[in-house]
Design a protein. Sequence first.
Lengths: 295, 274
Amino acid sequence: MLVVLFGISLLVFSMIHVMPGDPALLAAGMEASPEVVERLRKEWGLDQPLPAQFLRFLSNAVRGELGTSLRTRSPVAEEIAERLPRTVTVAVAAAIVGTLGGIAAGVVAAAFRGRFGDRFIGALSLVLVSMPSYWLGLMLMLVFSLGLGLLPSIGIATPAHYVLPVATLAAVSFGMIARTTRQAVLDVMERDYIDAAFARGLGRMAVLTRHALGNALLPITSVVGLRFGNLLAGTVLVESVFAVPGLGRLMVDAVLARDFPVIQGAILVVASLFVLVNTATDVVYAFVDPRVRIA
Amino acid sequence: MIRRRGLRRFLRSKLALASAGVLAGFFATALFGPALSPFGPLEQDLENNYAPPSARHLLGTDDLGRDTFSRLVHGARFSLGISGIAVSIGLVVGTFLGLVAAHHGGAVDAAIMRAMDVLLALPGIVLAIAVVALLGPGLTNTIAAVSVFSIPTFARVVRSAALAVRELEFVTACRALGGSDFRVIVFHLLPNCSSPVVVQTSLMLASAILIASGLSFLGLGVQPPYPEWGAMLAKGRELIRVTPVGAVAPGVAITLVVASLGFFGDALKEALEP
């Protein structure tokens, strides 16, 4: 994990050097006098050798020092800290809704294998997985806020404003988790101990929830972890649909304005979160499956 | 390389055939549609803007009176073209890297695969945004961004497939007979990677369409006035209160293509890897 994080910071660091043009000149503006540009260059250490610059970048990043936005002149760390909670709120809420709903739907589909309920859930999950998330968001907005007038469409003024973005993101996870759960439960249902449980006279629901689901949790855990990382990325698109001023929107606006310190900071934060979540998934995995711990 | 039995199984699956049909339809639309579409994609008719769907304008018109149906047809060429070209680039570069990594092993392998790990550690859309941040928005840079996104997956798939055959007897035999690195890689490792690569190409095209249209939706990909589907959705979002059709139609097209590619890829997998 540390190797990957190191690689990501190297990648983000090199962005500013790979792009055409002089960063100091870009920041100071085209009309700035050579002295001003020179001063900026000194201030940012751009006159030092690349490895020294990278070390400086790395130690600053670890201390949460991400530079100053070219656009708003405020510290990048502050800009990110202001928006990150909104993104995390949406992603976490969507993860909870999508996971619980997906597991429930997957178990139902497995219980009604081959019948209408199974086919319906299967078709629904496939459609949800294939839809671009931002389009699903637009459709939900069209139906629930413009059509029925039940929910607000854009912004984050009230908790109700979070419903549609969360639902949009949760839908994609729901599809994937439902498919995985169904398959995992069906795989487990073929084991001998399930037959044994039935033989002991346990009801279908009890076997499904107590014996099958517990053992099916393993593949489900890895998909949930994977999905949560993707949810963070998915917020980039969904925030744009519903005008949620979160981290994703910040990143996109920064790219459009060529505000490099903000782009670097935002990518670094999103990527680190993504890697941390994936690592956390591996740890959880070890808890769910004792065999992994030993191996 | 499709084995007979695999092919038969593929043809028996109704879903696989249906998705192949849908894909063929979209492909034909991208090829011939622009010549047949009733209006030009940039043709404005300001007196007829915000027109509802009718016989003349099947899906209505947008704020500038441009025919949504014609734009959708032309958009097929943009959306499918971008992902097709980008995935081809990713396929070639990724396959090359994967083969080299598997064949040489050791430090070369470690260096290539760690670099791929870093690229895969970024969520797809964020990686694409990072590339666009460097190069700037636009058609060619969108292709570049999607290529970069698709390279590491191909490299991984090819490497693991090549590693599986590297130690088999016919490869050792070739080496023993004095076969060069080039000969071993091209005539022995490469052909044995073809099935997983074909499956991956189909699935990757689906992701590529989602990423490319996502970039354009954010305003970072294909720029207006060109009718790429994601860019059309961005416009549709603005006009959603006036002409909802514009926000619905491009999404249906994307979903149909992506779902078909998914079904098609799964069916291929069944057919090629029994």
